[in-house]
Design a protein around this ligand. Structure first.
Ligand SMILES: C[S@@+](CC[C@H](N)C(=O)[O-])C[C@H]1O[C@@H](n2cnc3c(N)ncnc32)[C@H](O)[C@@H]1O
Length: 199
């Protein structure tokens, strides 16, 4: 994370959602959304972006395509995993991924692909839950639920260190905002909103 220019911390679900949505609203031009799910970010994306979605789940992709059309985006979502983005080098201005890096098979490969498809200086917004500090009760809870979430929640891995993965990727980290979301008693799940850009 040596390239980070700003790191800030906040608290609570509301603060996380507000920070994530603010970062989504900053994106301009041709925006590729990876793991777009059912299209939860359409309400936040600027109306003038040229949206391109990628969603490997056939069931979600159908609903996503319908939601995209309702928001004026006619390009059908790409049926592919973010490890193999089927578009040309340097073809988008921004990449967005919310609660996706927790689920992908190979974070490093996805981040290489994100860097490849971005124009130089292209923007990246990633928002996700990440691993708590090892040794804490929150980390132990995440380790306990991990086999179940991997199995039942689309491969979701609660122990990902996404901030470190982005720092180790070809992308340059611009800022990281961290949030601690209470779950049970004093246990907290950390969430991050990461802004980065391509070289
Ligand atoms: C927790 S959902 C988040 C959906 C949406 N981004 C949101 O914020 O509501 C995770 C999404 O990532 C997708 N996904 C899982 N593995 C993926 C991969 N390797 N590449 C791209 N998307 C993937 C899932 O199909 C699912 O739609």
């Amino acid at each position: 994370m040596s390239a980070a220019q700003g790191v800030s911390a906040g608290g609570g679900w509301g603060a996380y959602v507000a920070a994530r949505d603010a970062a989504v609203r900053e994106l301009r031009g041709r925006v590729l959304e990876i793991g777009a799910g059912y299209g939860a970010n359409f309400a936040q994306l600027r109306a003038d972006v040229q949206w391109w979605g990628l969603e490997p789940s056939p069931r979600r992709r159908g609903a996503l395509e319908a939601a995209a059309r309702r928001h004026g985006h006619d390009t059908p979502p790409l049926a592919a995993p973010a490890e193999d983005i089927p578009i040309a080098d340097a073809s988008v201005d921004a990449v967005l991924g919310t609660t996706v890096l927790c689920s992908v098979r190979d974070q490093a490969r996805v981040l290489d692909e994100v860097a490849r498809v971005l124009v130089p200086g292209g923007r990246v917004v990633l928002a996700d839950h990440v691993a708590a500090r090892p040794g804490t009760g929150s980390y132990r809870l995440q380790r306990m639920v991990r086999p179940w979430s991997r199995l039942l929640d689309h491969g979701c891995d609660p122990l990902r260190d996404t901030e470190r993965a982005v720092g180790a990727s070809p992308l340059l980290v611009d800022s990281v905002e961290r949030f601690e979301i209470p779950v049970i008693a004093r246990l907290r799940v950390p969430f991050v909103v990461i802004r980065a850009y391509s070289r």
